[in-house]
Design a protein around this ligand. Structure first.
Ligand code: URA
Length: 425
């Protein structure tokens, strides 16, 4: 077989066989198919797409390029959750302990942030001492002992995705459904959970800009999960504005702690309770929203989170401390009206420039910097009322404030934001 022939076949819109896909992926990981041919192949997929059968073969070929985690030592139905990326997305920090507080085990591998999107690992690492790299046996033991662990994805999982994702990142081939679906699902399948909740983000701050594409991606991933015997549900969630009220690693830990104590803003708490309800149901535990919310209000979810932090070497005192920055600058409304838009992409990029995110993979983070919003979409605002506070260790110039203000959209009538747009199961 020759890579050039397979690239040409895909370029001409033809369907590749399972053997051909396996050969390409194996060869890529082995180094016999070079980056330049894989980039051409990714671009051919970008323009010509793949059939469901091809995506499934691609996914399983990728799974075969690494370790597969065996979670069978943990009793019960293990449920995993994955988000396709967002701004201010602290959902895992709350959802994992909340679900575990109902004795449903959560063994979760998370990723880092890049560009305008944040990563759960970076948020956890803003807690002094928290270890994201622990041995697999210890990870499994911890889930057996306390029911929850969130760690970094093992380097040995899905080698093909590591190489391919880096290549896609620099060849403009990230945002295509066959490649996103196979990337996400190969990792989820290899990570070993019995059931998977997929949070497919939609909007300006997400890979999927419109609901039709998000629906197609979600359905593709649900079908892939089901085909290999994993109960899979996808929710389409709004990423036109940041999730919750903060962007930034430590700020998001603090917001997560508020939500875990029943003190979060109503909308985001309800959204997380709805996701928890779906995850619990995947493990055959049926609970009402009120029963789920009770675990935020009675301290059980917070206790689980603190247990996880301690088990992974984190300092609980440090966990609860507030942010330490050189500059705190409030931003005020330029007119009276209703907040009609807080574009997630723009504010994610703004937070990145403060040091809260990485422009390139090798960038260091400033865990303390970020943005806390006092107002969200749909809320009314008076001229000169505070809309947000910028937390920074670099001086905030007037130009930066003007830029920040230019992203805030204020309209004449109230719009009603909706977190979960659709459920696909
Ligand atoms: N998240 C992933 O893990 N892979 C993609 O391709 C996109 C988002």
């Amino acid at each position: 077989m020759r890579a050039v022939d397979l690239i040409q076949k895909k370029r001409d819109g033809l369907e590749l066989t399972k053997t051909e896909i396996e050969w390409l992926i194996k060869g890529y990981v082995a180094g016999t198919v070079p980056d330049y041919q894989m980039s051409a192949f990714a671009m051919a997929i970008y323009f010509k797409g793949m059939t469901t059968r091809e995506i499934s073969d691609l996914t399983m070929s990728m799974v075969a390029t690494g370790e597969q985690i065996d979670l069978s030592a943990i009793s019960g139905i293990k449920v995993d959750k994955h988000s396709t990326g967002g701004v201010g997305d602290k959902v895992t920090l709350i959802l994992a302990p909340l679900v575990a507080s109902f004795d449903v085990p959560v063994a979760k591998m998370s990723g880092r942030g890049l560009g305008h999107t944040g990563g759960t690992l970076d948020k956890l690492e803003s807690i002094k001492g928290y270890q994201i790299e622990i041995e697999q046996e210890q990870f499994i033991q911890q889930v057996q002992d306390i029911g929850v662990s969130v760690i970094g994805q093992s380097d040995k999982l899905v080698m093909a995705d590591k190489l391919l994702y880096a290549l896609r990142d620099v060849t403009a081939t990230v945002d295509t459904i066959p490649l996103i679906a196979s990337s996400v699902m190969s990792k989820k399948i290899a990570a070993g959970a019995d059931a998977i909740l997929l949070d497919v983000t939609v909007g300006e701050g997400a890979f999927m800009k419109n609901i039709e594409d998000a629906r197609q991606l979600a359905q593709t991933m649900v079908d892939l999960g089901k085909a290999v015997g994993r109960k899979t549900v996808a929710v389409l969630t709004d990423m036109s504005q940041p999730v919750g009220t903060s962007i930034g690693n430590r700020l998001e830990i603090l917001e997560a702690l508020d939500i875990l104590q029943g003190k979060g803003s109503g909308d985001v708490s309800l959204f997380i309770c709805e996701l928890a309800q779906i995850m619990l149901s995947l493990a055959n535990v049926e609970k009402s929203i009120e029963e789920v919310r009770a675990h935020l209000e009675n301290g059980l979810a917070l206790k689980k989170f603190e247990e996880m932090v301690v088990a992974q070497g984190g300092d609980v005192e440090d966990l609860h401390r507030s942010v330490k920055v050189a500059y705190e600058v409030d931003v005020f409304a330029e007119k009276t009206g209703y907040i009609s838009g807080l574009p997630a992409l723009e504010f994610g990029l703004f937070a990145m420039k403060l040091g809260a995110g990485r422009a390139v993979k090798s960038d260091d983070l400033d865990y303390e910097s970020g943005i806390a919003f006092a107002k969200k979409v749909g809320q009314s605002v008076e001229k000169d009322e505070k809309i947000a506070t910028i937390y920074s260790n670099i001086a905030i110039t007037n130009d930066m404030i003007s830029e920040f203000q230019s992203h805030i959209m204020i309209g004449d009538s109230a719009v009603e934001p909706k977190e979960i747009l659709e459920i696909i199961s």
